[in-house]
Design a protein around this ligand. Sequence first.
Ligand code: NIG
Ligand code: FE
Length: 428
Amino acid sequence: MSISIILANIVTMGKILIKNIKGLVQYGEDLPLVRRGAEMRTLPILENAFLALEDGFIVAYGSMDDWGGITDWRDLEVIDAEGKFVLPAFCDSHTHTVFAKSREEEFVDRINGLSYEEIALRGGGILNSARKLAEMTEDELFKLALRRIERMKSYGTGALEIKSGYGLSLDAELKMLRVIKRLKKESGLAIKATFLGAHAFPTQFKENHRGYIDLIINEMIPKIAEEELADFIDAFCERNYFSVDEMAEILEAGAKVGLRPKVHVNQFSILGGVKRAVEMNALSVDHLEELGEEDIEALKDSMCIPTILPSCSHFLSIPFGDARRMMDHNLPVALASDFNPGSTPSGNLQFVWSLACVKMKMTPEEALNALTINAAYAMDLSATHGTISVGKQTPILITKEIPNIAYIPYAFGDQHIERIIVQESSNI
Ligand code: NIG
Ligand code: FE
């Protein structure tokens, strides 16, 4: 494995020493798996620090006052980070990065008064994306997604989860998942694949839910297991989409072949999907724009992390997830982009950071925990990503010269990341 710095298309290989760092953020050993509740205000920052990387691994860090550890200066690239902060790259634990085309015509329809749900009921929305994806080759989809990932990376994303769910037929779902498998190999980032065949009922199954669920369980899941195309399984549990029982049946079939649930719940309505998903050992429950007491009760003392998607709330003008209430109940919170062509056409996690602070009243520290250590947990990458710890392989962000970390979400809409240092291998 080797290290590369992606900067204006220049790729540098070798050992790297970053020196004179104004603040080394989110560092430490023996850290918890997640930060929850009041602990989410904790954000370790080491001032005037160095960080050493070798063969894709973090090998040392500390204060510039005692950086005597470096003895071999051969093939060592030294980066001066004076005035700059260094942090672990963001993890984006919920995205739909593989899709065929953008949907700005629906955006205009919404400006003119239609709701997201009304557009979907007219055959737009997810079904619109599925029609477009059916016409596109695997190769075209791969190239488009890779370009999107490069862009996300430039904003600081160092690992991402990608869902299928714009296929909705055996062939097209497999096509999407094969594209994600290729992205795993060729993007240079750690990627997790989630099977989301239960994203919407295709038109021909509108009145025949049993038929589509049978297709998912008897044809899609076995083939996906055989080709090892997914890490997780998802379902969109919502009125007009999948009921709690339908979701549970599909998650159970996924669990039998080793796919852990990560689900869409409570975007528009509370159906009881949170509790059921937690009972089924879900790793995360995502969206939660709507949140009931029973949902909080279900999440307490569980290993399931609530994940909030503020860019989706912003774009659809729906409520923002109530992170404060979750933290008041000592829950951990993760933040993700939900990048997709319908509800969130942005994969910029710096913007998510800002929205979390401005609209959800998370402090900059809480929101950064939600984008790093907690987000790594939400996609099962705690061992390698989310914190700056010896032995981890997380990509590293170097900011521009900024006064402090709060400046990033404060000066919203700007690009504050100067460099992302990414290891070349993605075989995590
Ligand atoms: O997470 N809510 C379900 N799925 C996506 C949106 C899909 C789309 O509109 O294309 C979401 O918001
Ligand atoms: Fe989503």
